[in-house]
Write a protein that binds this ligand. Structure first.
Ligand SMILES: *Cc1c(COP(=O)(O)O)cnc(C)c1O
Length: 359
């Protein structure tokens, strides 16, 4: 069986070396030395002023909303993972979906402007598949209306925009280090901001609000991550450039076979250095998409309808129709893409797709 993704695992000895250290110190969590080391290494690698390592990417979104004190409506995208939307609702705010741009598949800035009302307190946008939004356009709108921007950059490890990590943009940017993401710590996530006051507030928030053993600066939650998770991050850190390079090579291999069958390609701005985190295939219509999925499944290959459904059609969050997002979600699949996927497996997958399309 070929799955859509398979977590990367470093050589076991390299992970165990870090685990030995944990045994020696008997320090398992609460801002331990491995968490500190990972934070410093990532900050340096990504070139970001503030980074807080958290227990997952969903808590990262929730802490971002909380730290900005948001109340009211957040303008957001329906073409993302459910955690973007559910975090907004979990924090007592309201999501207002705005349709996506048909070429980048990111939230359409022109439609953001039109959707802003007196209730709008922020914009929460996802850089879908690791492809940055139109950051300048969104920033202009946010500045004009004096509202903050949170970027869900869960797919963006390794993506650069204007020569720097895309985590540098937005009032707050968040990411996920879940096992299925390009760089992972088993479970994990982070928040990034240029604002040191905001960073300090989020640092309190991830640790129950503690400002000393008996003093509390904020209402907090348990957003910390452990030494074991940091150990996985440190063991994986060494492989970042191989992880990025293999994704690029694998994507080029898919392209060689499939260039003729994509009805369109993800539009990636020239300002972007892409991380090839996902390989989306956009087909002509849903019938063709289901036919391709059936063909893959009968060859024991499991693609994923990522993202489907468009979140404005989910009963819990149901709202007005958004034609672009709804149309794309019915026609898009993400093909298997992970470190140990061989070029021969990509050839096999591609041949199955071509056969399904032409049959
Ligand atoms: C993975 C993901 C999340 C959630 O991250 P977790 O670490 O799994 O909590 C949020 N948003 C998007 C777009 C994601 O892909």
């Amino acid at each position: 069986m070929i799955y859509v993704t398979k977590p990367f695992l470093p050589p076991k000895e390299e992970y165990l070396k870090y685990i030995d250290g944990i045994w020696n110190r008997n320090w398992l969590t609460n801002n331990g030395p491995l968490v500190n080391e990972l934070e410093l290494k990532l900050k340096d690698y990504l070139g970001v002023p503030h980074l807080l390592f958290l227990n997952n990417g969903t808590i990262a979104l929730q802490i971002a909303i909380k730290a900005l004190g948001l109340r009211g409506t957040l303008i957001t995208t329906p073409f993302t993972y459910i955690a973007t939307t559910s975090s907004i609702v979990w924090e007592g705010c309201k999501p207002q979906f705005v349709d996506i741009d048909s070429l980048s598949l990111n939230i359409d800035p022109l439609k953001i402007e039109a959707a802003i009302t007196g209730e709008t307190c922020a914009i929460m946008a996802t850089h879908v598949y690791g492809n940055p939004c139109d950051i300048e356009a969104i920033e202009t709108i946010a500045n004009r209306h004096k509202i903050p921007v949170i970027y869900d950059a869960a797919h963006c490890f390794g993506t650069k925009y204007n020569g720097k990590s895309v985590f540098n943009y937005g009032t707050i940017s968040t990411t996920s280090f879940h096992s299925t993401k390009l760089f992972h710590t088993v479970e994990g996530g982070a928040v990034f901001t240029k604002d040191s006051e905001l960073s300090t507030r989020m640092e309190f928030m991830r640790n129950f609000g503690h400002n000393g053993p008996v003093d509390f600066a904020e209402v907090g939650i348990n957003g910390k991550n452990s030494e074991f998770h940091a150990a996985m991050g440190l063991a994986n850190f060494k492989y970042i450039s191989s992880l990025l390079a293999s994704r690029k090579e694998q994507s080029a291999r898919y392209d060689k076979w499939l260039n003729s069958v994509h009805t369109q390609r993800l539009k990636i701005s020239e300002k972007t250095e892409f991380n090839y985190a996902y390989y989306p295939l956009i087909l002509e219509n849903e019938t063709m998409t289901l036919k391709v999925i059936k063909g893959l499944e009968s060859s024991n290959i499991s693609p994923r309808r990522y993202f489907n459904p468009s979140l404005n059609t989910v009963a819990l969050y149901k709202s007005a129709a958004l034609p672009v997002s709804e149309s794309v979600s019915k026609r898009i699949i993400c093909l298997p893409l992970y470190y140990s996927l061989s070029l021969e497996e990509i050839d096999l997958i591609s041949r199955v797709i071509l056969r399904a399309i032409t049959s």
